[in-house]
Write a protein that binds this ligand. Sequence first.
Ligand code: ADP
Ligand code: ASP
Ligand code: MG
Length: 440
Amino acid sequence: MKVLKFGGSSLADAHQFAKVKSIVDADDSRRVVIVSAPGKRFRDDHKITDLLYLCAAHIKYGVSCADIFAMIRERYEEIIHECSLKLDLSTEFDELWEKMQGGISKDELASRGEYFSAKLMAEFLGYEFLDAALWVKFKFDGSIDQDASYEALRRAADGRKVVIPGFYGVMPDGHIKTFSRGGSDITGALAAAALDADVYENWTDVSGILMADPRIVDSPAPIERVTYNELRELSYIGAQVLHEGTIFPVREKNIPLNIRNTNAPDHPGTMILENIDDELEEGSFITGIAGKKGFSVITVAKTGMSSEPGTILKILEILAKHEVNVEYIPSGIDIVSLVVSSEKVSKRLYEILGELQKEVQPNKISVTEHIAIVAAVGRKMAYRVGVSGKIFAKLGENGVNIRMITQGPEELNIIVGVEEKDFEQAIRVLYNSFVREHVC
Ligand code: ADP
Ligand code: ASP
Ligand code: MG
C-alpha cells in the first residue's frame, strides 16, 4: 500500500489535477492520497494558502477581503468546471464567509485551502474524502499525539481509498490547528506511518532532491538515493524540498520516502532510506550542497579558557537565557566561536555581549555579521582522505574568503562560513568542482 502526497503546484489547476489522476490510476496500491491547497499556476500567481492568510490579515485589521475571497472561490470553481465535477461548494463557501465575519481563527481559515482541495480531488479520483480533523490530533503543547492519531486513522481509513487534506489537525478542544508552512508533507508522513505503508511518495515539481538549489546552480543533478541523516543535514541547512518534520514519522517505521515529479511521472526521483550500501555506489563523495544566509558569529577569546572547566557552559547559558540557539561551535585553544541566527541575536545583542563580558571576563569579544553557511553533505566523505583540504583549496582558488570552518564528528558534513556576498559563488564553486568536474 502506498501513501501519496501532492504539493501545491501539482494541484494548481485542472490540468494538474488530471496529471494527479493518471498517476494515482496507474497503480492500484496508491490508495491514500494527501493533498495541499492549489499552488501557483505561473510565476507571479498566488498560492491559495497565501490568499487565505491575506484574508486573515484583512479581517484582523477590519478591512474587507471580499475581492480576495472571490479570487479563492473562483480558483476552485474553475477546477470543478474544467474537471466536470458535480460537487457544489456554494453552501460551504457561503458558510465560511459568514464565519469569517464572526471571527474565524487564522489557522481554521488557512486550513480551508487543503480542505476544499481534498473535496475536489476525492470526487475526481472516485475516492472517499477523509477529513484530517478526524484523526490528526495535536496535544495542547502543539506536538502531535502520535498514538491517538495513528489509531484514529487506522480506524477511519480501514482499507478504503481516501483523499485527506494536508496541513492541519485538531487540538484536544476541537479547534483546528495547522502545521507550519509546507506542513502537508507531515500529514503524509503521519498517514504513511499510521498505515504502515510500503512507501511514502511525495509528489512535487522537481524530479527529486537536487544536488544544489536550482535557483543558484544551473540544472543540478537529482540525487538518486540519500539517507535520512543526509537529508536531515541538507534540509536543516537550506535545501527546503520537504518540511523538516516529515522525516521522523517515516523513519521510525523504516518506510522509504520517494520524492517524485508530477510533471515527469516516469522519473524515479529520489529514494530516501535508512541505509545505503556504499560499496555499490560510484561517483562523487558529495551527496548534496546547501546553505543559507543570515548568521552572525560571536567570538570569545580568553587566556586559559581551555583549562578552565565551565567557561563554554557559561557562554551557552547566557545565550540560552536569551533564547538564542547556537547552530555551530567552531573552537580553538582559548577561543570559541558561536554561530547564531542574526535575526534571533540582533534584538538582544548588546544585552548578551554585556552579560558575556561580566560573566566570562574574556580578553576579547567580537561579532561578525552577514555570514552565510555553506555545507557539503555526504555519507562517503568519511572514507576519503583530504576532502576538507580540497574543498577549502577550491574555494580559495576562486576568491571565496572562508571565515569559519566546522566539520561534524561523523563527517557527514563539512561546513564553511563565508561572507553573504560570496554565498552563491561558494555553492557554484563546490558544485562545479566536485560534482560537475569530479575533482575527487
Ligand atoms: P510542494 O509545493 O510540492 O510541497 P515545495 O515548493 O515545497 O513543493 O518544494 C519544492 C521546491 O523546492 C522546488 O520547486 C525547488 O524550487 C525547491 N528546492 C530548493 N532546494 C532544492 C533542492 N536541493 N532540491 C530540489 N528542490 C529544491
Ligand atoms: N498549503 C500549505 C502551505 O502553502 C501547506 C503545504 O503546502 O504543505 O504552506
Ligand atoms: Mg512543500
